[in-house]
Design a binder for this molecule. Structure first.
Ligand code: NAD
Ligand code: IPM
Ligand code: MN
Length: 354
């Protein structure tokens, strides 16, 4: 296609700063590749609570469903912490409404950033892990009880929910190095035992993928002690949330991790950086826009069937990092705008367009 209907949901805190950056990069890519971008923009999170009374409106959910893809920023605002209406509920409602059950969170060492990680270079070098996080089940979505002195989050997984995310992970492993690690707590949790049994069953459909099982606590250790042992990891909603933040120390910052939240083929994907609204740095113009730009790249690959555009954006990001365009979280001194302009300058580099 050469026309894409994108819904932008910048959200809160640094969300609008990094989505603004991604938008400028998208406009440059549209110019360079000659496609048309029709961007609609709406409120989500705290911004939507203030203006519309809810963290995501029904109209916004409908607009999301009828778009080709959604590019999301971040939600969350200290003003609403502990309250009854939470900005984060808007993101959860979108994931559920779009049934984006498979969240792909790639974590790769970037050569120019080997010294941005607090971990030793020899641990980080060559790391290339894909975390496939189940995104619409488990303790996030089970029945909730919130009483004065008693609370409960029910964690439920059905066989079918495990089957469908497992298939996404096996397929991804088949296209990569052919190794899948399933992470659970089968030693303690009933959902963990179902998870393991079902993943073993699905494995029979993928004889070329080598499968192993690691308990979640041990996986947390292996991930920073010997991250190269992993190719693809598949895990539940809560473990996937925690392991992906932990994994961000490999490239060096939350500001480097993109993600794609995918549902059934033909339905729009929700593309969201892994990081949050970062209230500690919001409004200063120093947020790292690479995660949002790499998220836009994932949108072209997994949502819009334009891997060529995705490749160009990813190459532009590596070139910009190699040229020293690093924000403070990476130990550099560039601001959001300088990094964004650098990426824009390198779009199309290597194709004779410089
Ligand atoms: P966070 O990801 O917002 O920030 C964690 C740390 O990483 C902070 O020190 C922050 O400054 C830094 N950081 C994150 N992204 C960065 C970037 N692009 N550039 C530079 N530094 C970056 O997590 P938190 O502080 O635990 O949460 C803040 C709020 O965000 C909370 O309300 C939380 O619920 C929400 N949150 C939202 C999402 C989302 O919308 N997808 C994800 C995580 C957290
Ligand atoms: C993430 C975030 C969200 C999650 C929150 C904001 C609901 O931490 O996308 O990783 O826990 O899934
Ligand atoms: Mn998270």
């Amino acid at each position: 296609a050469d026309r894409f209907d994108i819904l932008l949901l910048p959200g809160d805190g640094i969300g609008p700063e990094v989505i603004g950056a991604a938008r400028r990069v998208l406009d440059a890519a549209a110019d360079h590749f000659g496609f048309e971008l029709a961007c609609d923009e709406r409120l989500v999170g705290a911004a939507a609570i203030r203006a519309e009374g809810a963290p995501v409106s029904e109209e916004t959910i409908q607009a999301a469903k009828s778009s080709d893809a959604i590019l999301f920023g971040a939600v969350g605002d200290p003003e609403f912490d502990g309250g009854d209406v939470r900005p984060e509920a808007g993101l959860l409602a979108l994931r559920k409404a779009l049934d984006t059950f498979a969240n792909l969170r790639p974590v790769a060492a970037i050569p120019a950033l080997l010294d941005a990680s607090p971990l030793k270079r020899e641990i980080v070098e060559g790391v290339d892990v894909l975390i496939v996080r189940e995104l619409t089940g488990g303790s996030y979505f089970g029945e909730k009880v919130e009483a004065f002195d008693y609370s409960s989050d029910l964690s439920v997984y059905t066989k079918e929910e495990v089957v469908r995310v497992a298939r996404v992970a096996f397929e991804a492993a088949g296209r990569r190095k052919g190794r899948l690690t399933s992470v659970d707590k089968a030693n303690v949790m009933a959902t963990g035992r179902l998870w393991r049994k079902v993943v073993n069953e699905v494995a029979e459909e993928y004889p070329d993928v080598e499968l192993d099982h690691v308990l979640a606590d041990a996986a947390a250790m292996h991930l920073i002690q010997n991250p190269r042992r992993f190719d693809v990891i598949v895990t539940d909603n809560l473990f996937g949330d925690m392991l992906s933040d932990e994994a961000s120390v490999l490239p060096g910052s939350m500001g480097m991790l993109p993600s794609a939240s995918l549902g059934a083929p033909g339905t729009p994907g929700l593309f969201e950086p892994v990081h949050g609204s970062a209230p500690d740095i919001a409004g200063k113009g120093v947020a790292n826009p690479y995660a949002a730009i790499l998220t836009a790249a994932m949108m072209f690959r997994h949502g819009l069937d334009r891997p060529d555009v995705s490749d160009a954006l990813e190459r532009a990001v590596s070139t910009a990092t190699e040229a020293g365009f690093l924000t403070r979280d990476l130990g550099g001194d560039k601001n959001t705008e300088e990094v964004t302009q650098a990426v824009i300058r390198w779009i199309g580099a290597g194709e004779g367009h410089m």
